[in-house]
Design a protein around this ligand. Structure first.
Ligand code: NAD
Length: 312
């Protein structure tokens, strides 16, 4: 068992629940402190320590880090892409200040490591759409993307200037069944499963040929832990790594679901999220993650759909 003491911030969200449970298996239940604004998630109850925390309150966070002898922080609290467009100033404020609070405490307390996720939303309409490279035009047009891009620069700055060992991944859209998604543009790829099972029909808020990079949650959790456990010299990217697994359109995922639920039908009614999706890459080049720390996804579209329908 390892000696690290981990704080997960935003532990009750789509990623946080599964990441917390996995970290507890690796590091020991009592060594992973879960925290969130919300009430403790049902799946976390009884699995380890839980504290109520507003990450915007730097003093409270600082006290928590000292009191629990925290050595690593995973910061997952954020306002996501679709929700962010409804209140851009709030999204900017929360996404930036939460990261600055964590980075600064990591610097002051000499924490071992920090994890903070970025997103494919850092790319914009002028970025190459197919197999988007790590280093390319980055001109995000959503406030979420702008805040993630600025966050990446802060991570690299704290690493280069103060030696904070902060690591980051640009997640694609994440698909999971354990905890609900938190207001992103790729949420359709989760809703579709629930509607297919319950109603046998789904109206998609993106058009049928909108290709987006996606990943199944077990791959995202494994990537996160593999990155965090990689030896320091292997980490050549201190902003955020491109990370890929699969790319599909609503039409393609619907066809795959139909193989399991033959009477399932899909219709399309684009809303404001279409514009967000249209600015993002269709697929991602993640060769640096593969080269530096050996990233390799397990799940493609058919394997993910089979597993989702089995577990929902
Ligand atoms: P989510 O919205 O499901 O969860 C975020 C959690 O943070 C929520 O439980 C919320 O209550 C908590 N939170 C919000 N404000 C807080 C505050 N002030 N103090 C403490 N907790 C607070 O989000 P998620 O999907 O789990 O995403 C986690 C991270 O991964 C975010 O940074 C997000 O941008 C990034 N990401 C997610 C996806 C995806 O598809 N889910 C894709 C790319 C990047």
């Amino acid at each position: 068992m390892k000696k690290d003491k981990i704080l997960v911030i935003g532990a009750c969200g789509q990623i946080g629940v599964e990441l917390t449970l996995t970290l507890r298996k690796i590091y020991g239940d009592t060594n992973v402190v879960a925290s969130d604004l919300r009430e403790e998630h049902e799946l976390l109850k009884g699995s380890g320590p839980y504290v109520s925390l507003d990450v915007m309150n730097k003093e409270m966070l600082h006290v928590l880090v000292i009191r629990h002898n925290i050595t690593q922080i995973y910061l997952l609290a954020a306002i996501l892409s679709a929700t962010g467009e409804k209140n851009p100033l709030l999204a900017w404020h929360i996404n930036m200040q939460s990261l600055l609070n964590v980075l600064d405490i990591a610097k002051e307390e000499g924490l071992d490591k920090v994890y903070w996720p970025s997103s494919i939303a850092v790319f914009g309409p002028n970025s190459p759409k197919e197999t988007t490279p790590q280093h390319t035009v980055i001109e995000p047009t959503t406030i979420y993307g702008i805040s993630k891009f600025a966050g990446e620069r802060w991570c690299e700055y704290y690493n280069h200037r103060y030696g904070v060992d902060v690591r980051s991944l640009r997640y694609p859209g994440l698909i999971s069944y354990k905890s609900a998604p938190g207001g992103g543009t790729t949420d359709y790829a989760i809703e579709i499963f629930h509607e297919a099972q319950e109603e046998k029909k789904y109206t998609c808020f993106l058009s049928e040929d909108t290709y987006l990079p996606m990943m199944y949650m077990p791959d995202a959790i494994r990537a996160t832990i593999e990155l965090m456990e990689a030896e320091q010299p292997k980490i050549s990217v201190r902003s955020s790594y491109n990370l890929g697994a699969m790319s599909f359109s609503p039409k393609e995922i619907a066809a795959e679901i139909k193989k399991h639920i033959p009477d399932f039908t899909i219709s399309y009614q684009s809303d404001y999220r279409q514009q967000i999706a249209d600015g993002w890459p269709k697929s991602i080049n993640d060769e640096l993650a593969r080269k530096d720390w050996g990233w390799k996804p397990d799940y493609d579209l058919p394997k993910m759909v089979t597993d989702m329908l089995k577990n929902l």
